[in-house]
Write a protein that binds this ligand. Structure first.
Ligand code: PLP
Length: 395
């Protein structure tokens, strides 16, 4: 059977090889330390699970309105006001099956052939493929470790062409953990405003910031950009709910309506039970989030300190998320280890030589880097970093 030309636009993830190797090793009972996870290691907080169980028992097992239940829309609106100081009404929010689905719908609703969308690199692996599936062109703009992997307003301005329609901002970032302060964001937002661009604000890691970092939303800096901004968020990372698949978008009513139309033909509504859980997550007590964020902060410090103690590893301090993105170029193409040409090769070496799973940097646009997730316990971090240290010193 011949596949559509659309599907040939996207490629299988280069990280799959390590993921498959990791599960094979785990199945054999190998003592694997997994730094590959893109999800919190914490369990979903008990009150959230209870809310889902109760909803199920009370008959919330049927289709819901396409864009989410009234209760979930209310909880999303309350959250945006409480945490971000943003005011939306029910016509301006849409619940979907995860932040990934929200972004997919947004791209389908807004972009098409001839449109360029600026993505600061390193970037989350799914942005380019999702844009290409919409027929649009991802325009990758590189940043450097010296700038903490943050885009400068000059680089942003230089990347804008007459075809540029939007910019994706992901702060804190997957994979670098870089987050923009208000001072860093302001000149970027000025450029965006001057060129009438759309902002896709991917806020899924917004709560995970450390070291006293103060988060600022683009729309707090320039509220008038509201009509050109889509705020995308999710309960996945903040509430350790990756498997529940609830994400949401806030934006202009006509865009939300178009996204809901697409969603109606794709999935109908997100899971009714997961929606009830998300209401509890967003509207209930937030103490579990505080606990998780404090723990991630301790781990971030530990990981950076340990990595920097390994000769020639360059690792900027992340402000948030739960990843670090060290440069491993010094360990590539060395005499006696010429087969280690990229971070992906190094990831394969680390899993084979020391049973530590990390993700190679190619999929994020930086082949001489690796991504280490610290969504695992301090004990595991210590064990894994000991192993990485030993394995690298052998190269
Ligand atoms: N955005 C970024 C930057 C991510 O890293 C992820 C998940 O890894 C998502 C969005 C989507 O998350 P979810 O679909 O679980 O809400």
């Amino acid at each position: 059977m011949k596949l559509s030309s659309r599907v040939s636009l996207i490629k299988p993830s280069a990280t799959m090889a390590v993921a498959e190797r990791a599960s094979a090793l785990r199945a054999q009972g190998t003592d694997l330390v997994d730094f590959g996870a893109g999800e919190p290691d914490f369990d979903t907080p008990e009150p959230i699970k209870n809310a889902a169980a109760e909803a199920m028992r009370n008959g919330a097992t049927k289709y819901t309105p396409v864009g989410g239940t009234d209760a979930l829309k209310t909880a999303i609106i309350t959250k945006l006001q409480r945490d971000n100081g943003l005011t939306y009404d029910k016509r301006e929010v849409l619940a979907s099956c995860g932040g990934k689905h929200s972004l997919f719908l947004a791209f389908q609703a807004l972009f098409g052939p001839g449109d360029e969308v600026i993505i600061p690199a390193p970037f989350w692996v799914s942005y380019p493929d999702m844009l290409m599936l919409a027929g649009a062109e991802p325009r990758l703009v590189r940043t450097t470790a010296e700038s903490g992997f943050k885009l400068s307003p000059q680089a942003l301005e230089a990347a804008i062409t007459p075809h540029t329609k939007a910019v994706i901002l992901n702060s804190p970032s997957n994979p670098t953990g870089a987050a923009y302060s208000a001072d860093e964001l302001q000149p970027m937002v000025d450029v965006i405003a001057r060129h009438d661009l759309i902002i896709i604000s991917d806020d899924v890691y917004e709560m995970m910031v450390y070291g006293g970092f103060r988060r600022t939303h683009v729309l707090q800096l320039r509220p008038e950009l509201r009509e050109r901004t889509l705020v995308v968020n999710s309960v996945s990372k903040t509430y350790a709910m990756t498997g529940w698949r609830i994400g949401y978008t806030a934006g202009p009513a006509h865009v939300i309506k178009a996204m809901a139309m697409l969603q109606g033909q794709m999935t109908s509504n997100p899971s009714s039970v997961a929606q009830a859980a998300a209401v509890q997550a967003l509207a209930g007590p937030q103490d579990a989030v505080t606990h998780m964020v404090r723990e991630f902060g301790r781990r971030a410090e530990f990981v950076v300190e340990r990595l920097r103690a390994i000769p020639d590893i360059v690792c900027p301090t992340p402000q948030g998320a739960f990843y670090v993105f060290p440069n491993v170029a010094a360990y590539l193409s060395r005499k006696g280890a010429a087969s280690l040409k990229t971070g992906d090769d190094l990831a394969a070496y680390l899993i084979d030589a020391s049973h530590v799973a990390v993700v190679g940097g190619s999929d994020f646009g930086y082949p001489d880097h690796i991504r280490i997730s610290y969504a695992t316990s301090l004990q595991n971090l210590e064990r894994g970093l000991d192993r990485i240290d030993t394995a690298l010193r052998k190269i």
